[in-house]
Design a protein around this ligand. Structure first.
Ligand SMILES: [Ca+2]
Ligand SMILES: [Ca+2]
Ligand SMILES: [Ca+2]
Length: 475
């Protein structure tokens, strides 16, 4: 049954409401204030240990940290006032401010903040070396501390082919999306010591380098962060190198830079999981509940897309991993769930779901080939039975070995050939008996037993045939 788009939207809204309710504080917080989540902007994962400051009417400005679930909470703020939120991420993440947040009159306000990871931050696991770390208190570490108040100051007297360089080993290989440079002069130097010409190189192995970006920053770039996009060599980057080619003022004796940040994303892992029906048996015109169980190692899961009829088109989307569906007709349906993660990655799982019509007549006759069985021979008799799914023809033939035929002087080796038919589907039962003429010849030759080759065959109306060959010993 196709679900109407309107119903899908309603289901999504409902599911979203459930998620929001689940995120509400465990103990009901009453009164005025502000709460929200701090998340990674690239993965959607919540960040614990972010430092949050509310700059409003309360003095001194209240501070909070996000908990293990990435949530912060301020209570007792003045209602109906406004202020700004300053968020400093945990080690390795950037910082961000949100201005002009209005607090509601009678409840908690809500403000979520998403932060990017700065892969060049030494606090986040990057390691760095510089070719010029001579100015005391202004070494290269100050360019990677996520603090725009501090900076690296290198000598401007290096030869042009060997400029001051800062080489950073990132904690892992990433795709670089943005570089941020704050070229402002540091260490009390004149403003003209600000970084002017620069070059950024990248490498996957620390040995082979390629230029990702080259440019010149002017006086207008001082006192601020310049966001730059790499022009090339942005994927599979494990190492980043910043070369200071010149200060903005040619007369400056140092080249200064306050901050270098590297933003980007690590390779995405798609969600992985399984799909199952909640009940062992599922019927037409009844609610069938399906449940997906997926995990994603490096990002959040955004939504679940469902194909109920195996046509490759998604019939419904849900925020949660469960869904209910009704099938009108009996049959086996190829049901697929596709799970979309925060980064756009897609993981799928499928089952062949049997939908039963409880009113359908159960087949009584098994659809199978005929069966032939024999009892052990008694004297000269061999009892045989067949079972067939439809009317069946049974044939049997017994043949002497050439040696026996010669010994008892039999005219023909074939001693028995019979054909029988059953009345309809079911069982047939007959006795195969060694003919009198053969028994007389055996007695005359003074033989007390004989071994014959038996071939029996049964074929039903669907032409399903079973043939059995065996040696039978009569005494
Ligand atoms: Ca700094
Ligand atoms: Ca992922
Ligand atoms: Ca479909």
């Amino acid at each position: 049954l196709p679900t109407s788009p309107r119903r899908t939207v309603k289901a999504l809204v409902l599911a979203a409401a459930v998620v929001l309710a689940a995120c509400a504080p465990a103990g009901a917080v009453t009164g005025h204030g502000l709460t929200g989540y701090v998340t990674d902007a690239d993965t959607g994962l919540r960040l614990a240990g972010a430092s949050v400051t509310w700059n409003g009417t309360t003095v001194p400005a209240p501070q909070a940290s996000t908990d293990a679930g990435g949530r912060y909470l301020f209570t007792g703020l003045d209602p109906s006032t406004s202020g700004s939120l300053a968020v400093v991420g945990p080690a390795g993440w950037d910082r961000q401010s949100v201005d002009a947040i209005a607090l509601p009159a009678a409840e908690l306000g809500n403000q979520n903040v998403a932060l990017h990871r700065d892969w060049a931050a030494t606090a986040g696991g990057a390691t760095a070396t510089a070719t010029d770390d001579t100015v005391a208190g202004c070494t290269s570490a100050a360019a990677l501390d996520n603090d725009r108040g501090t900076g690296w100051s290198a000598s401007a007297t290096h030869p042009a082919d060997d400029p001051p360089a800062l080489t950073i080993a990132l904690p892992q290989a990433i795709e670089v999306r943005q570089l941020v440079l704050d070229p402002t002069s540091a260490c009390g130097h004149d403003p003209g010591a600000a970084l002017g010409r620069y070059r950024v190189q990248t490498s996957s192995d620390g040995t082979t380098w390629a230029t990702a970006l080259e440019g010149t920053l002017g006086a207008d770039a001082r006192g601020a962060a310049s966001t730059l996009a790499p022009a090339a060599a942005a994927t599979g980057v494990r190492y980043v190198r910043l070369q200071l080619l010149s200060a903005q003022d040619p007369a400056a004796t140092t080249i200064d830079v306050r901050e270098l940040q590297v933003f980007g994303v690590a390779p995405n892992v798609a969600p992985v999981g399984t799909l199952a029906a909640e009940a062992p048996r599922n019927y037409i015109k009844g609610i069938v509940r399906l449940r997906a169980a997926f995990t994603d190692g490096d990002s959040t899961i955004l939504r679940y897309l469902w194909d109920f009829d195996g046509d490759g088109r998604y019939d419904q989307a849900t925020v949660g991993p469960g869904v209910a569906h009704v099938w009108a007709g009996a049959g086996t349906y190829h049901v697929t769930v596709a799970v979309r993660d925060f980064r756009g990655g897609l993981g799928t799982a499928a089952i062949d779901l049997r939908i039963i019509d409880p009113a359908a007549v159960v087949e009584t006759v098994p659809q199978r080939k005929p069966l032939i069985t024999f009892d052990p021979p008694i004297g000269i008799d061999l009892a045989t039975r067949i079972a067939c799914a439809s009317k069946c023809t049974f044939t049997a033939k017994m043949v002497l070995t050439a040696r026996t035929a010669k010994r008892i002087h039999a005219k023909r080796r074939a001693v028995l050939a019979m054909t029988r038919k059953t009345e309809g589907p079911g069982l047939g039962s007959w006795t195969l008996t060694l003919p009198n003429a053969t028994v007389k010849l055996l007695r005359k030759a003074k033989l007390k037993s004989v071994t014959v080759r038996l071939t029996a065959s049964a074929v039903d109306q669907q032409k399903r045939r079973t043939t059995v060959h065996r040696w039978v010993r009569f005494r």
